[in-house]
Design a protein around this ligand. Structure first.
Ligand code: SAM
Length: 512
């Protein structure tokens, strides 16, 4: 079971609170642990020389990672222009005071560095870690110098996919744990009981807070219980290669990560400022959430990992890897199939869950898709295309297929006015640009019981606009014409685009 430890309880969590405690106003948001703050401030001062020496260390980042200032700056038209990221973005904590971010260590502390006569044994150890990491990180084959600039010009979203239906097509693997359940029109009571028991068993195997179902119809229950397995992790299929552990690297922070210098964090374009993805929720001071400012970006989250010098899971930069903290429920969403909601209220920026499934090569994904060409039904394919910058790297990219094996997030439907967003996250291996995590975050406060949705094809408006310069794809009323065989969107929002994806795999050739 992986649930999040309440923030601010253990000593290592309080270090984070200490960082925010330098601002008198912000401490109002972090009442728990106030007594500990003073103690920690003293501790921090006594440890300051140690922390300050880190400024003299070799940089741990192999290349200077950059990220987009905002989603508006990343449109398809200028994605190849490297000098487009000229505007410096205000720091997260300034831009969105309602989502306070642990501010940087006070500058005065860095002045202690000059009084250090010689490194302590701890310093030597950390220096060694930093040096080792720096050496590993300099392999340009692994980290091409301009790879970051190019990849941040892309959308954070999975490519859209043509609708597929492989229900009638046998795949090369089968579920070993559950026998297929055939539902006859005259379902016996016993059969229904078996179905429910089977489903309960499957749901009980999901890590984290309970996942339940509110589905009543025997036929739908059978559909849920049958022909699908939940998984708590990616399942690598043949051809998928993970980067070797020795290429991974971590930051050289000590204790809690410093938001102004943590080597795990991406840097702003043309600035030493770090992009800080997380802050303390204004709704719940124990909760670390994606900041509002970060939610509006197209950027990857770089969480700290086991190679980092920080205090592991006590560091604020561990959110997705701690796992789901909200309960989830599968329900009957009518003509859209099943849907997902939470019986818990979810706050803006809160991490919800990961998208899991089989990790397959692009070739395998194409094969699976081709098997069902022409027949519409649900699609569960997500491209891991964050680092894709040319045709070659697209050929080598992996895809997550949640159809046969997946997490409960496979039931999240599309909306043209979504309340969630999927963000790519590096958790355990910063070095792996082929396999990384896809994580759902709340875009706004979501009341308990509200359906969770995200936009399946968020680039479509931008790319469609550019296609529409001659208005030839608009109907007489100024509305966009729908592609004849595209899957109709039934989200019901006033801004509904009418279809889930473009008919063809348009985005495959459209670099966002
Ligand atoms: C990842 S699945 C979502 C879960 C799915 N409803 C189920 O029952 O398993 C994606 C599929 O759900 C359906 N879907 C999701 N959102 C929809 C929407 N707004 N309108 C119509 N169909 C939708 C489409 O068939 C789509 O291919």
């Amino acid at each position: 079971m992986s649930s999040r430890t309440p923030f601010g309880q253990p000593a290592n969590h309080q270090v984070i609170i200490d960082l925010t405690g330098d601002n008198e106003n912000e401490t109002e948001n972090i009442a728990p642990g106030t007594n500990a703050i003073n103690q920690l401030k003293e501790d921090a001062i006594s440890e300051a020389p140690l922390a300050a020496t880190l400024t003299h260390r070799m940089p741990v980042l192999p290349t200077k990672r950059k990220s987009l200032a905002s989603s508006e700056q990343s449109d398809a038209s200028d994605s190849d222009v490297p000098h487009k990221f000229l505007h410096r973005v205000p720091r997260v904590s300034h831009a969105h005071p309602t989502t306070p971010t642990p501010p940087p260590m006070p500058k005065s502390q860095s002045q202690f560095s000059v009084v250090i006569p010689s490194p302590t044994s701890t310093q030597k150890r950390l220096n060694a870690v930093a040096e080792r990491n720096a050496i590993k990180g300099t392999n340009e084959q692994i980290f091409p110098i301009d790879a970051e600039e190019r990849r941040v010009a892309q959308a954070a979203y999975p490519k859209s996919r043509a609708p597929i239906d492989r229900r009638s097509t046998p795949l090369s693997f089968i579920s070993k744990t559950n026998k297929p359940l055939n539902l006859s029109p005259t379902t016996s009571k016993q059969h229904l009981t078996d179905i429910r028991a089977n489903l309960e068993k499957k749901l009980g195997q999901i890590n984290g807070p309970p996942v339940t179902t509110a589905v009543q119809s025997p036929k739908l229950l059978a559909k849920l219980a049958d022909n699908f397995e939940f998984t708590n992790d990616y399942i690598d299929r043949p051809g998928v290669v993970r980067v070797q552990k020795e290429y991974n690297y971590g930051c050289a922070c000590v204790g809690s990560c410093d938001t102004s210098s943590c080597g795990c964090l991406d840097q702003e374009k043309d600035s030493e400022d770090r992009i800080v993805p997380y802050g303390i929720s204004s709704a719940d001071p124990k909760l670390i959430v994606a900041s509002r400012e970060f939610l509006s970006r197209k950027a990857m989250i770089m969480e700290c990992n086991s190679l980092c010098g920080c205090n592991g899971k006590g560091c604020w930069n561990h959110v997705v890897q701690k796992g789901r903290t909200v309960q989830l429920q599968i329900f009957d969403a009518g003509s859209r199939g099943f849907g997902l909601r939470s019986p818990d209220p979810i706050v803006t920026g809160q991490f919800i869950d990961r998208y899991l499934g089989e990790v397959i090569t692009k070739d395998e994904a194409d094969d699976r898709e081709n098997l069902t060409e022409g027949s519409h039904n649900q699609s569960y394919l997500f491209s891991l295309d964050w680092y894709v910058d040319d045709d070659d790297s697209e050929e080598q990219m992996n895809v997550i297929d949640g159809r046969k094996f997946g997490s409960v997030t496979r039931f999240i439907n599309h909306s043209c006015n979504p309340n969630c967003k999927i963000i790519p996250v590096q958790t355990t291996s910063h070095a792996d640009n082929k396999v990384y995590t896809l994580a759902f975050f709340a875009l706004r406060d979501i009341p308990a019981g509200t359906e969770l949705t995200f936009d399946y094809n968020p680039v479509s408006e931008e790319s469609d606009d550019s296609d529409d310069s001659d208005n030839s794809s608009e109907d007489g009323m100024g509305r966009k014409k729908l592609e004849p065989e595209a899957v109709r969107c039934l989200c019901g929002e006033t801004n509904c685009r009418g279809q889930l994806w473009p008919n063809k795999r348009k985005s495959q050739n459209t670099k966002p």
